[in-house]
Design a protein around this ligand. Sequence first.
Ligand SMILES: [Fe+2]
Ligand SMILES: [Fe+2]
Length: 360
Amino acid sequence: MSDIKFADLYTVDPGDMKWEIPQDFDNIFDFSYSDEKHDLLNLYEKGKRMQWNASDRIDWSLELDEDNPVGLPEELFALYGYEPYMKMPDKEKARVRRHFQAWNNSQFLHGEQGALICASKIVQQVPNMEAKFYAATQVIDEARHVEAYKRLMAKFGLIYPMAGPLKTLLDQVLRDKRWDMTYLGMQVVIEGLALAAFAGIRDHASNPLAAQVNAYVMQDEARHVAFGRLSLREYYPQLTQAERDEREEFLVEACYLMRDRFEAKDVWANMEMNVDECVRHIKISEGMQMFRKFLFSRIVPVVKDIGLWGPKIQKAYAEMGVIEFANVDIDALQKQDEDIAKEYDARREHIQEIADIGAE
Ligand SMILES: [Fe+2]
Ligand SMILES: [Fe+2]
């Protein structure tokens, strides 16, 4: 393994290793060193207190299972019920599922790099010091997440390039010069969706390493989504209706892009399967419809909370069948994410205590 470079793990051609996005925005200093936004300063305190080291909080001696790395039940697989898949010999089925899991986790890895870049862009362009302080803690959080997923993908032994819809959304967000659009694309849409996707793995994966990585990353992500809420909830009422409409249009488009993010065309092509048929199955399969719905459970209540709740958004969410999430208690969910990460710590300490007693 030591001779293999991480970039050699791409199982399909990723193209250029560098992705350059030209930038056109104002860097803003704040010489008032403003300190009136107490909710953001409290979040900053929390961000500093809750730093952790991925090298020692996660047990990297744990391994992934070759046939089912993350340890997910087969019924949750995107192509479950699709006849050509169901007829495959067990070994072949396991190979397809392993590639799909690798693809999915590769998107987390690339998404985390996107978050790293977006958080640092916010440090530069947000006009007040309280938000710059908080965003700086998010930068180090995201570096840690890239590190954790990179180490997890090295255990997979194979990676996929960034999927088209995620790339399109990141490209739009990073090219936009308005600071709030970075938050809207990253802290609200991409991170909101990631929270739900991580929760799916944390709560269903039987592999302890995969479950740990997701639980700990989620503990941080919950703060990042709160950062977006606190910053935008105060800002959007100050905009004109026309400016808010523009944000709502962007949100609708971003949500459709993210809904299509799970088509995983690269995997089916790489497995020499019929890509169109696989995508069609994913569209109509009941399990995947439920999964896609669930992905929006963390986005919809935040969108309502920040005041982008005009007719266009409500219509799009009603069409997507996710409007019922508008009344989800997002604070309770965040508290739960933090408690679960603490439970993982307690469990790890308990295992260590037993090992120590055994060694005595
Ligand atoms: Fe992250
Ligand atoms: Fe994040």
